[in-house]
Design a protein. Structure first.
Length: 345
């Protein structure tokens, strides 16, 4: 079964081909990605209308690139998968519209995929794929969640953010420091030059006794510290970045270990854009090695939004019998779509 996946939920256009055979883990045949970062930098954030228009321009040329790279043809596609939500409504409609048009033209079924499930299952694209069951730390954009994952579509949320997510804490703190968009990667890079113990910043909900997250207070503390520094901010920016990153990473680390303890699991999966953070990976690897816990990540180039994760999620759901692709080509999108509502979608 050859699955064409299309991702267009925000500011990356992704297209990929994934092939499944029997009960084996589906294989990535080719993928292509276009990032809109350069276009949105002038505005300091994503402009939804511009994002939608750029998806329209990029998706079909990217699809042709993928078919050329894989040595396959459009007529060979068995299922066309697309991101149904969550995300920006206009951007989602582009991917959904293209996918359903292709499906109708080919007479092949289509399948709408949950964006977060794509991230959650993206480590199965890696050279060292996990095995079920496992605890998952999903840190993607506005989402920070800990989940128990017993199989495809079998997810139990153990804890989640009650306000700002980890990715938002990185991006908003970076903006307060005057770093370019998107701020998170810039902050992480600058943090390598700073002292993580330079400033005492809060670790929200670290000792709450549950597995929920809250990073809004950290953002406020960074803003307060930046104002206190005044003209010294430029000279101390690396220290403030390192201290901010240390606070975020410590919370993610401690909560992940607590989730492993609570479930008795010996396998951890980390997915989403923040999962590419080097300090987070280093500390998780070290702490889990001491406990005999295996940690799995997506490949670095597949941590951000991409079509490969959408094609993989679709292939795995179909393979597991959790979903049936539809030959009906009317479509809708779900800009707000909680992962725990997936079974009812």
């Amino acid at each position: 079964m050859l699955v064409l996946g299309i991702e267009s939920s925000c500011d990356e256009t992704g297209v990929a081909l994934v092939e499944s055979q029997g009960g084996a883990t589906p294989l990535l045949r080719a993928h292509a990605l276009h990032s809109q970062i350069a276009m949105h930098q002038a505005y300091g954030g994503v402009v939804p209308e511009l994002a939608s228009r750029d998806h329209i321009r990029r998706v079909l040329p990217l699809a042709q690139t993928v078919f050329d790279e894989a040595g396959r043809h459009l007529a060979e596609v068995d299922v066309v998968a697309y991101t149904r939500g969550p995300g920006l409504a206009g951007a989602l409609l582009v991917g959904a519209g293209v996918a359903c048009a292709l499906g109708a033209a080919l007479g092949k079924p289509v399948l709408g995929v949950h964006h977060l499930e794509g991230h959650l299952l993206s480590p199965f694209l890696s050279a060292d794929p996990p095995e079920f069951p496992f605890v998952a730390l999903l840190v993607s954009g506005g989402h920070t969640q800990l989940m128990r994952v017993d199989g495809v579509g079998r997810y139990e949320i153990l804890g989640e953010t009650i306000d700002d997510a980890a990715g938002e804490a990185f991006d908003k703190s970076a903006k307060l420091m005057g770093l370019p968009y998107p701020g998170g990667p810039w902050l992480a890079k600058l943090a390598e030059q700073g002292d993580p113990a330079a400033f005492r910043l809060p670790r929200p909900l670290l000792h709450s006794g549950d597995l929920d997250f809250s990073f809004a207070g950290l953002k406020t503390a960074v803003m307060t510290q930046a104002k206190k520094l005044g003209e010294e901010l430029e000279a101390r920016k690396a220290d403030l970045a390192a201290s901010t990153q240390a606070a975020i990473v410590e919370v993610l680390l401690k909560k992940s270990l607590a989730a492993l303890d609570a479930t008795g699991m010996s396998r951890l999966v980390v997915a989403g854009g923040v999962g590419a953070n080097r300090d987070l990976r280093r500390q998780l690897d070290a702490a889990c090695a001491k406990r005999g816990v295996r940690v799995h990540y997506p490949e670095l180039h597949l941590c951000t939004d991409n079509g490969a994760m959408i094609a993989m999620a679709a292939a795995m759901r179909l393979q597991a019998g959790m979903e049936k692709a539809s030959a009906r080509y009317a479509f809708d999108v779900k800009p707000r779509w909680p992962l725990d509502a997936l079974a009812a979608a």
